[in-house]
Design a protein around this ligand. Sequence first.
Ligand code: NAD
Length: 504
Amino acid sequence: MVGDHHLYVGDHHLYIDGRWRAAGDGGTRDIINPATGSVFAVVDEATPADATDAIAAARAAFDAGEWPATPIAERADLLRRIADLLVRDKAELARIETLDTGKTLAESEIDIDDVISVFRYYASLAETESDRLVDVGVAGVISRVVHEPIGVCVLIAPWNYPLLQISWKIAPALVAGCTMIAKPSEVTPLSTIAFVRLCEEAGVPPGVLNLVQGAGSRLGTALTDTDDVDFISFTGGLSTGRIISETAAKHVTKVAVELGGKNPHIVFADADWDSSVEQVLAGVFLHSGQVCSSGTRLIVDSAIADRFVDALVERAGQIRMGDGLDPASKTGPLVSQAQLDKMNSYVATATEEGAVLRCGGGPPERDDLDPGGYWFAPTIFDRCDRSMAIVRDETFGPILTVERFDTAAEALALGNDTDYGLAAGVRTSDDAVGEHMVRGLRHGTVWLNDFGYYTPAAEWGGFGKSGNGRELGPTGLAEYQETKHIWHNTAPSASQWFTHEKDD
Ligand code: NAD
């Protein structure tokens, strides 16, 4: 067992207008290590007035500061300096992420590598952006479409991929020339605080990147119910996304919400067996299922269903759960007692609704896990259907449901029978069936014979209630830009609308 002696010491202040400071009312929050249930850090907890100060700092830095007009090459250089510092501090950042979220160190290291890639990608992309000339067919007129920073951005992130999710926002916002207020989840703020220190070291000018940590329910109004913000980028749950969208609408503030998912993983009888078993398991049980694109709905060909589910059940029981800092652990605990309560409640409901519990359904039967940790074993429910809450709702934990199909049309209908539309997987060795399925699935990312991968150069986002924005790729940069058309008449002459009236 790896104990809670890993106390994470240091100042965890707010960062506003280039200065680290305590919360206005001196408030703090205890941060819990999910593997032990013990406090391992204490961070400052912003007040709404602190959030308003952060917006004012970002507003001043945008309206009167130099960052929005800094040449793109210099902005890109800054992103590369941040990437270099992330490389330098990768081990420490990964350790913080594991202590904060409970995920394994190997997963945290992959997260930090991905964060580095995102900064490098946006540095390069911004340098290749160019104005667009439009031929309007009028002699002497030059018509150009240019991109400008959208302004002051509020960036709100969830707890499951704390640094990764906020970096998908900060990197494009910075390179676009925006100023911003970052608000990490109150559950997992530490890697973002450490990251903002790196940004300061890299030379991000005062006021450009501000940090307020604290509960969204307390800071939300100050951060979103205002005319001083130009764009809100939010990643989190559907109900919070609704609240933020409604508030933003009052101010006609642009908002992009990246929300939950209930992602189907569809396995045809002719799919490669070993990789299918492996990836269905990894797709749902990695990070104990606390992944927005987690493949929680197995939709499997009836011809192989019994055998396939048996294989999953056998392998699920072998997944080694443990403290993320222990190199032997393949998956960690849930992030909080609230998540644990939620899983227990879904197990009770699913059983009442007639689903058949094949494995898990509670804590693993092990005496070497810290009893204070939020442990919940990989769980599989067979014989599920869409009438069950466990199939409709985003459980956001290590619970796999099994539905069966007989035809491709049925598989497609089931895969699209969800309010969400974030991600989906299809497994078949028939290219024609694969192409038919990936084109028919109404989800923002679709994997064919693979699961869970993404790249900074390709857009990420959801159909349906999984959201209305896109992150990563060129569209992820465009979210932080205004588009302006400049019509330049290089040879003005008084020969237009009212000329003949003057002559009369
Ligand atoms: P959440 O909605 O509870 O919180 C997300 C963030 O919003 C936190 O920082 C929280 O403090 C803040 N917040 C809460 N109420 C607010 C308010 N009224 N105003 C402003 N901010 C407020 O979500 P969570 O539990 O932290 O994260 C899990 C959810 O995130 C899941 O639904 C998951 O699918 C989703 N998610 C989506 C993606 C994606 O790419 N689409 C990625 C990761 C997570």
